[in-house]
Design a binder for this molecule. Structure first.
Ligand code: HAM
Length: 420
């Protein structure tokens, strides 16, 4: 019986991984020039980490986590996001001792048991940053602008950067109380999901996608009216910095995000070019999280972005074709032996991308393969050539051919020896 991959979990095939690797290389460089160091944490963590960080009542924790009891009785989960593991590692390794302002980035898999659709998988990849140590708005501006600049640099159009501030834990609580009072007038009109949120996490109702509820929350009290003066000033300063950096944004008082740890600045970047799952990335401040997880009281801000959505926004269905520098055509045992040796030298000594056929295809078919791979050169070694101890090098763009002794063929492609 045929066994397929699990629903919502996809293979990435070579024509796709080529794309991904190119983007990942750009991201690694981007984060490096911003002074962020890469962190890699395990795919599995203790379930209580996510419960405590993301929030007991959030969709992610209540419905979407892959959790199970390990053989020794530990409750463990596949990570649904990478902020919690990153902060756990930050505390576990006392990273604040190394640097007052710890700047980390990651690229890795995350798992959420959501309903799969375009742009939404059950296993997906996130890249993101966590800047731990500064409470100041310039840190917010750096993180928000980095997120924005990645998409701009990669040519994604119609970017919609939405920002908000949810204030401190205290302000959030005060606001929640007011919001509940306001929503109590509409309790009959709320969906079951929102009724549940009303009890446990009323702020999440602001995120509703239900048309009727959207009308209700439009007139809800404004969270920004519940911020203290210094929280408002922080938010204003973030906006001033973004203005100065030329980064366009709009403020949306409904942007509260689906994870409980946020305080102060929250943001999301969307685009209309990838379908209904339009959030390219999301993030915000989480000033209490390090403390909450048993570390010191250290403020932080970060964002995470979906790799699949970025790839979709960049290329649609486009893929990068496989290509080679040299293709070696060979026919007959001795020719194959020579071709193997030349391939080995070119690859291991000169790092050249070279291929040969390993299925004993006809010359014609080997030439077709070379053409398909856009080879710059082909080397032809047939029985005649072996007898004469030569190979024919053909420059595929000019069509010029030359006969070269078999044991010196690799030297023709050694750019370094040319330069000397
Ligand atoms: P999040 O908004 O849950 O935030 O996820 C960030 C991004 O991951 C989303 O904007 C989306 O691009 C992608 N994403 C989420 N779920 C899926 C899915 N099922 N399939 C495909 N892509 C998905 C966080 O995860 C926070 N940890 C962000 C953060 C970092 N906040 C502070 N630091």
């Amino acid at each position: 019986m045929k066994i397929n991959s699990i629903k919502g979990m996809h293979d990435l095939l070579p024509h796709q991984t080529r794309n991904w690797r190119q983007i990942e290389t750009i991201l690694h460089n981007f984060f490096n020039v911003h002074g962020y160091g890469e962190i890699r944490t395990p795919n599995i963590e203790q379930t209580k980490l996510f419960k405590r960080v993301i929030g007991d009542e959030t969709d992610i924790v209540t419905k979407e986590m892959y959790s199970w009891e390990d053989r020794n009785g530990d409750n463990i989960s596949l990570r649904p996001e990478l902020t919690a593991p990153t902060v756990r590692a930050f505390i576990e390794h006392n990273l604040e001792k190394l640097n007052k302002n710890t700047k980390l980035y990651y690229i890795g898999s995350a798992f959420r048991r959501e309903r799969p659709q375009k742009g939404r998988q059950r296993q997906f990849s996130q890249f993101g940053v966590e800047a731990i140590g500064s409470e100041f708005p310039e840190q917010d501006a750096e993180v928000v602008s980095m997120a924005y600049n990645i998409y701009e640099m990669l040519g994604i159009e119609n970017l919609d950067l939405v920002i908000n501030s949810v204030g401190s834990e205290e302000s959030k609580k005060n606001y929640s109380k007011e919001l509940k009072i306001y929503l109590s007038d509409f309790s009959n009109q709320l969906s079951d999901v929102s009724k549940n949120r009303y009890k446990n996490n009323p702020l999440r109702i602001l995120d509703t996608k239900d048309k009727e509820e959207i009308k209700i929350v439009e007139n809800a009290p404004n969270i920004l009216d519940f911020l203290t003066e210094s929280e408002i000033e922080h938010f204003n300063q973030v906006k001033r910095y973004l203005d100065k950096l030329g980064i366009p944004y709009r403020v949306d008082k409904g942007l509260v995000r689906g994870l409980d740890y946020y305080t102060m600045t929250t943001f999301e970047i969307r685009t209309n070019s990838i379908g209904s799952q339009d959030a390219l990335c999301g993030g915000g401040r989480y000033n209490n999280l390090v403390d909450q997880l048993g570390g010191k009281s250290i403020p932080a801000i970060g964002f995470a972005a979906g790799m699949e959505r970025l790839v979709m926004a960049i290329s649609g269905e486009e893929t990068i074709e496989d290509s080679v520098d040299i293709f070696i055509l060979s026919m007959g045992d001795l020719a194959i032996m020579n071709a193997l040796k030349i391939c080995d030298k070119l690859r291991s000594q000169l790092g050249i991308n070279v291929r040969m056929d390993l299925t004993r295809s006809s010359f014609k078919s080997q030439m077709r393969q070379a053409n398909k791979l856009n080879a710059n050169y082909v080397v032809i070694i047939g029985e005649d050539e072996v007898n004469k101890n030569i190979g024919i090098i053909k420059d595929m763009s000019s069509g010029n051919q030359s006969e070269v002794p078999l044991d010196t063929i690799h030297k023709n492609f050694d750019i370094k020896s040319d330069e000397q």
